[in-house]
Design a protein around this ligand. Structure first.
Ligand code: R5P
Length: 296
């Protein structure tokens, strides 16, 4: 008889872990963390681990979490885990996929290899893959699974808005817009974006009539919120009846949510890849289905 897969989680992700454990039928256990006065920390895992272990860590505010993963994954191996899966509903450092200026670190490649050195499988949702075609190119593990929240968000939008017009704020969002629109036959289009800095973006609306339409801006991630806010202002100036926002990853750095609301956006919806008051759909069933084919 094989022992069941164990799902390990950190205290601050208890709710997400509980949902995932229930959806996937996994045993659940906590990784304990002690913070020392000087800023270092130590971790403690359950002493006897089964062969198959899943570690859940969503990677918003990623820097310390990457060190947690290094310590947790290496310790899990020492304690008996032979097959280790990382479930990172939000996968950090995927946007820096080339050196835009000479000398820049290509974070996606470096952090991707870091995961591959620690884990046998990685499961994530809507990773920001722009200039690479597959997750496995960015994270070269034997099993690299990129799920999408686009269908979940599309179903939620279909329940809440009549004949919505889906708009992607930039060319990179075209992949998610196409999937979400196809599911319900929504009208759709994408804007053009030029980024001049962290908070400076220029957006050009697509050449379609938005007057009187219930527009939903859909993207993988909102960080400063400037992209969505700029697009929303232009859409409302072009006489859209309403503009709502749906994103997979609710990063919302600093005052981002307020920036988006101040632009005239009605509602902001997100998946629970990152816990946030805007969460409107759960990715637990999606990840549970992927896990059943990955763990053994
Ligand atoms: C990049 O292309 C992403 O899809 C988002 O559009 C971007 O990260 C949003 O950033 P911000 O909210 O800071 O404008």
């Amino acid at each position: 008889m094989t022992t069941p897969t164990l799902l390990l989680h950190f205290e601050d992700e208890h709710e997400s872990a509980l949902q995932l454990a229930r959806a996937a039928g996994l045993e659940l256990a906590k990784i304990e963390r002690h913070d020392f006065p000087d800023g270092e920390f130590k971790l403690r895992l359950p002493v006897s681990l089964p062969e198959s272990v899943v570690i859940l860590r969503t990677l918003d505010h990623p820097n310390e979490k990457l060190l947690e993963l290094l310590l947790a994954a290496r310790t899990a191996r020492e304690l008996g885990a032979r097959h280790l899966t990382l479930v990172a509903p939000y996968l950090a450092y995927m946007r820096q996929d080339v050196a835009f200026q000479p000398g820049e670190a290509v974070s996606q490649r470096i952090v991707g290899r870091f995961f591959a050195d620690l884990f046998d499988a990685v499961i994530t949702v809507d990773p920001h893959l722009h200039r690479v075609a597959t997750l496995q190119e960015a994270v070269p593990v034997p099993r690299a699974i990129a799920l999408t929240g686009a269908a979940l968000l599309a179903d939620m939008i279909a329940e809440r808005r009549q004949r919505p017009l889906l708009v992607g704020p930039d060319q990179e969002s075209a992949q998610w817009i196409a999937q979400a629109a196809a599911r319900h036959g929504f009208d759709h289009a994408v804007c053009r974006k030029v980024r001049h800095g962290d908070r400076a973006v220029e957006i050009e609306l697509p050449p379609i009539d938005v007057a009187g339409r219930a527009v939903v801006l859909l993207d993988d991630v909102a960080s400063t919120g400037q992209t969505l806010a700029r697009a929303a202002r232009l859409l409302l100036a072009a006489s859209a009846a309403s503009v709502d926002v749906a994103v997979t990853h609710a990063l919302f750095a600093g005052d981002a949510l307020q920036v988006i609301l101040d632009a005239g956006v009605g509602e902001v919806w997100s998946t629970d890849c990152i816990r946030h008051p805007s969460n409107a759909v759960s990715v637990a069933p999606l990840i549970a289905a992927a896990l059943s084919g990955t763990t053994h």
